[in-house]
Design a protein around this ligand. Sequence first.
Ligand code: F6R
Length: 243
Amino acid sequence: MSANGPRVLVVPQVGWAAAVAAELAARLVERPSLRVCLPTGGTPTPVYAALAKAVRAGRCSLAAATVVLLDEWVGLAPGDPARCDVRLQGELLDHLETPPAFVRIGVDAADLAAAVARHDAAAAGLDLAVVGLGMNGHIGFNEPGSSPSGATRVVALQPVTITAATAQYGARSAPSGGVTVGFARLLAAQEVWLLVTGERKAAVLRQALEGPEDAACPASLLRRHPRLTVFADEAAAAQLRGI
Ligand code: F6R
C-alpha cells in the first residue's frame, strides 16, 4: 500500500456518474492529449453518458486524447453487443463529434499473439488507467491469481466472468477467454481510478481495500499504486471501516 493509502471518494448514487465524469473532464482540460485506458461493463456506462454530455456542452474534448481499451473477450464475433470495443464505441465514442484515437484489442487478428504484443505497447505510458471491479475481485480480466507484474496477455476466464458476458452483457455466445492489459501497465500509469457502484460490490470492495494485499483479490494489488483513487457510491462503500 502507498504511504498515504488510496483516496476514497464516496458519492451518493444519484450524483456518482456526474462526479466521475467531472473529474475526467478536468483531467482532459489539464491535458488534452490524455492517454487513458478505459473499461466497459455496467459501472462506467452512466459515466460515459455524462462525459459525452460534458463534451457536447463544450466543457472538455477528447479530440486530442487516446483511449486504450482495457480488455476484450476472445471468441465473440466482431459486432457482438457484449464486445468491449462495441460497448465503448456505442456508449461514448459514437456520441462525440471528434472522437479520440481509439486503440482496440486485435482479438480477430490471425496472429493473436502479435496483436496482444501491440496492445501491450499501446498500454505503455498511460496517464490514467480507469478500471471497474469484478465480483471476484478481478481488474480488467486479471482474474484471481494474477501477478502484479503481469503483462498484457490472453487469459482464461473464471466461470462467473463468462456467465456475465451472456447474462449481463447479452453476448450471443459464450466467450472462450479474454485479453487484458496486465498489472504491469496498470501500475505504471500515472494515476489509477477504481470505479465501484452498488450494494453487490460492497463485500468485494472491502476485501480490495481493507483485506490482505493478495493476488486472490486482484483489486487489492492496486493499493501498490501511489495515486489510486476509488470512486464509490454509498452502497458500494457501505462495508468500509477505514473511511
Ligand atoms: C470490463 C472490465 C471488467 C469490469 C468488471 C465489472 O471492461 O474490465 O473488469 O470492469 O467485471 O463489471 P460491471 O461494471 O459490469 O459490474
